[in-house]
Design a protein around this ligand. Sequence first.
Ligand code: PLP
Length: 401
Amino acid sequence: MVERNKNMAKLQAGYLFPEISRRKNALLKKNPDAKIISLGIGNTTEPLSPCITNALRDAAEGLGTHEGYSGYGDEQGLAELRGKIADTFYPKLASAEEVFVSDGAKCDIGRIQLMFGSSATVAVQDPAYPVYVDGSVMMGQTDNYNPLQKQFDGITYLACSPENNFFPGLESTSRTDLIYFCSPNNPTGAASARDQLTQLVDFAKKNKSIIIFDSAYRDFIRDKGLPRSIFEIDGAREVAIEVGSFSKLLGFTGVRLGWTVVPKGLKFDDGHPVIKDWNRVMTTIFNGASNIVQTGVCNALTEQGLREMHATIDFYMENARLIKDAVTSLGYENYGGVNSPYIWARVPGKSSWDAFEEILEEKHVVTTPGSGFGPAGEGFLRFSAFGHREDVEEAVKRLKE
Ligand code: PLP
């Protein structure tokens, strides 16, 4: 028989969301009439906007004609779409050749881990979106799980809490090769200020580290003074890669499209450009994102398309306002929900899973236990603003009762 990959064996049992489903199903078994509402998973719920559906339909119909048919395309993405992403999201900050279109940010993060290899040392915000840690574990970038600390040895956890304004104390942080950083953050909802990201870039420069900046929620930022891209920070092009996604911006969680920006000037120790290795990774183990989706998005990244995108984001942000208000009225100290679709609530005197169970049992509302995002998430719950308005209103009513 084949020996199991030792790195896979290090992973901790039960990815967060299957465990939430298990508990939800256990409640339904006990109480089959329970009308459970989920404010848990960050999955989009609102239909695609007309600009997008029209553009996707036209792209699909085009494939049914001799002139419009295309097979494999460039692995890096349609040239026109790369240009549009650069112009729309990175004006004067990145060029089309630095944008690589993909099937999503999560998949790109996995491929980035592959590119850096098993000897790369890693720092992650704690709490964090799980793929940064679990993907690093799979790649062999960590040692064993330490059950006492609830951490993997060999990973540097950058604790982010209300006490440090959700920004790690970098002065006491040791050097790593990679630093994963997400703003606006999932799960804390914190959006980093310009001076914080400047500190991060300076830290990476001093240590010759590379920041993997996840901007999946960039357009949920309401405050015009907050950066939406790491490349808005001086010097970031020398030390950062940015991963972006249409999942939350356009409701593409199921359609799938994302991108990664690798600046041409970003170099490895030996002077080799990172973009060359990224190109090699993408052309070797990726075969390009769907042509229908790429053509559709390309045609929909217009003034009207962007207006519709912002209208859907505004809708979710109104959900966030309603939920934040209800969480506040529950007496929970809470954060986020202003520049991000997540509300991060402290549940004093309880563990995250106990608070999760209590709200599930009493209100039939699903949340996400903060401890599932890392040890510093213990004692917190995440509420997600992705949901139909009537469900959110009903959940809010129950929470306030
Ligand atoms: N990055 C963050 C911070 C996320 O929260 C998510 C999804 O929830 C993703 C990336 C995944 O993006 P994609 O759907 O493009 O793979």
